[in-house]
Design a protein around this ligand. Structure first.
Ligand code: CA
Length: 527
């Protein structure tokens, strides 16, 4: 870098020195053995939750709960304020995380479609480059984990769940969040004995339905009312026809035993599932569970609520259990970070917190996800890379879960795969100045569900979201929605048919068409 060297070897030496000096790992070929690559590659922990909405995280401004450990992570690292998913549903989100591809390209457009297991993934690339790799928890992809030295797939409910592993099924007593954390720490403890770095995907199944809290959290929030969202009684005026027919309403579609922890009285599939979950508890777990719910269920039965009052009761029961499960996730973040610090691993471990997608917390009268509305489109993303991310930094670029795989590759010193749709977030993490970033994200939800009470029946749609606007095309209904997120962050007023929106609609439709070409998405009805 100081002298002029024109020979090939001289250039190589200068590049190595530059790389070391700038703290920028030179790219390793992912076919190289670990010992041939640099030895300072960071460990990576991805702590991933399920259905954890940003608006249930205090670092993101939650008005209903506190998440001290996740907040601390945000204070230590970088919080992404505009983090989105490509398709707001469990299996597809995981397939996108692995491949860096939108759903139509990785096969998993829905929970029940095949995954293209032959595709490059961050797990395969890091494993090949000498990383020790593990995935523990919720998998939700039809193929077995590929690219992981160790894996354990959760097969069961919240209490005393079974896990499928390469060497057979194991069952661990306890609440699933605690069990996944414990198994993960045991694996890290072994991995840290080796010279090569590790990557672990801690894939929690909380806070997914059925929102069954740990014993120690059962009494939380019991004596308080959680504030209701302003759109709890949304009338769906101006929205696509599928909004009012979707089956995800807090008022109507939460199942009494399965979701609301009321006594099992029916014989439907979800009543049986609820009974089965209770039967899997130990006697002492069941006793604490009953002590928490029975008196309140009796009070509910004698109150004979109806109409809006019943909806309000449903909301309180639902959101309190949801937040109790969030508390378990927050404690897991604290446990893993404490564990890393106690063993001196915190200085060389990148820690990522994210969720597979957001969730409706009574917003628009709903629970669940799937829609391109903000509550479900957004997903938390916080990254702490010691020595790289500045504390308390907030990135406002439009990032998406397609970006995680290329980011992990670059963190590990590997070249991002050109075929991936996403883009490495490393330049953002390094706060590189004058960085040109994408101006819009593309979204496509297209899950087919059988008709029936247990389906959500959300209309298929795709759309574009810019920093300020969102245009959604509900192609089954040939219906458009346009929102000005600056003026109307709650997306309560569809401006698509306003005369004043004509030019804006044209521009957004062009952007949407360009994105469908860019990502080569030919699925769904054409524009
Ligand atoms: Ca999910």
């Amino acid at each position: 870098m100081i002298c002029q060297i024109h020979t090939h070897w001289g250039t190589v030496i200068v590049m190595i020195f530059l790389g070391w000096f700038l703290g920028v790992g030179l790219f390793c070929d992912d076919s190289q053995a670990a010992e041939d690559c640099d030895t300072d590659r960071p460990n990576i922990v991805i702590l991933y939750s399920d259905d954890h909405a940003e608006h249930a995280i205090s670092a993101y401004g939650s008005s209903i709960n506190r998440t001290p450990a996740i907040d601390q992570l945000a204070r230590d690292g970088m919080r992404f304020s505009h983090s989105f998913v490509a398709n707001s549903i469990c299996g597809p989100a995981r397939a996108t995380l692995l491949t860096g591809l939108h759903s139509h390209a990785n096969g998993m457009t829905a929970n029940n479609t095949p995954f293209r297991d032959e595709l490059p993934t961050f797990a395969k690339a890091l494993q090949r480059a000498g990383y020790q790799t593990a995935m523990i928890g919720k998998w939700h992809i039809p193929t077995k984990p590929n690219g992981f030295d160790h894996w354990a797939i959760k097969r069961g409910g919240y209490y005393n769940s079974g896990f499928e592993t390469p060497s057979g099924r194991v069952t661990s007593e306890g609440h699933v969040t605690d069990v996944i954390t414990k198994q993960s720490l045991e694996w890290i403890d072994e991995a840290r004995q080796q010279k090569s770095p590790f990557l672990i995907w801690i894939s929690h199944s909380a806070v997914h339905r059925t929102w069954a809290p740990a014993e120690r959290h059962l009494a939380r929030y019991a004596e308080q009312d959680i504030p209701e969202p302003t759109s709890l009684f949304d009338d769906y005026a101006g929205r696509n026809p599928g909004a009012s027919t979707a089956q995800m309403r807090v008022s109507r579609d939460l199942f009494p035993a399965y979701d609301l922890k009321l006594p099992v009285t029916g014989n439907g599939i979800l009543d049986k599932a609820a009974a089965n979950q209770l039967s899997q508890m130990t006697a002492s777990q069941r006793a604490r569970w009953d002590a928490a719910y029975k008196p309140r269920n009796q009070a509910w039965a004698s109150s004979e609520l109806s109409g809006e009052e019943q909806t309000r009761w449903n909301y309180q029961r639902y959101i309190k259990n949801y937040l109790r499960c969030v508390d378990g996730i927050d404690e897991s973040v604290a446990q893993v970070r404490d564990f890393l610090a106690e063993r001196g691993l915190d200085k060389n471990t990148v820690f990522i917190y994210s969720s597979d997608q957001g969730f409706f917390l009574g917003d628009h009268g709903w629970y669940d996800k799937r829609w391109m509305y903000e509550e479900s489109l957004k997903t938390p993303l916080i990254i702490h890379w010691p020595g790289v991310t500045e504390g308390e930094s907030v990135a406002d670029q439009l990032v998406q879960n397609i970006d995680i795989a290329p980011t992990l590759l670059e963190i590990a010193g590997l070249e991002p795969k050109e075929a991936m749709h996403g883009r490495s977030l490393v330049p953002i993490l390094k706060e590189q100045q004058s960085l040109r970033w994408r101006e819009a994200v593309y979204y496509h939800y297209q899950m087919e569900e059988p008709t029936g009470r247990t389906s959500h029946l959300v209309a298929k749609h795709y759309g574009v979201r810019t920093a300020r606007y969102k245009l959604i095309y509900f192609y089954e209904h040939d219906f458009w929605e346009l929102y000005d997120l600056q003026e109307d962050p709650g997306e309560m007023s569809n401006r698509y048919s306003d005369m004043a929106s004509t030019d804006l609609v044209k521009q957004l439709k062009r952007q949407l068409a360009d994105l469908r070409v860019q990502y080569d998405d030919r699925s769904g009805k054409s524009l």
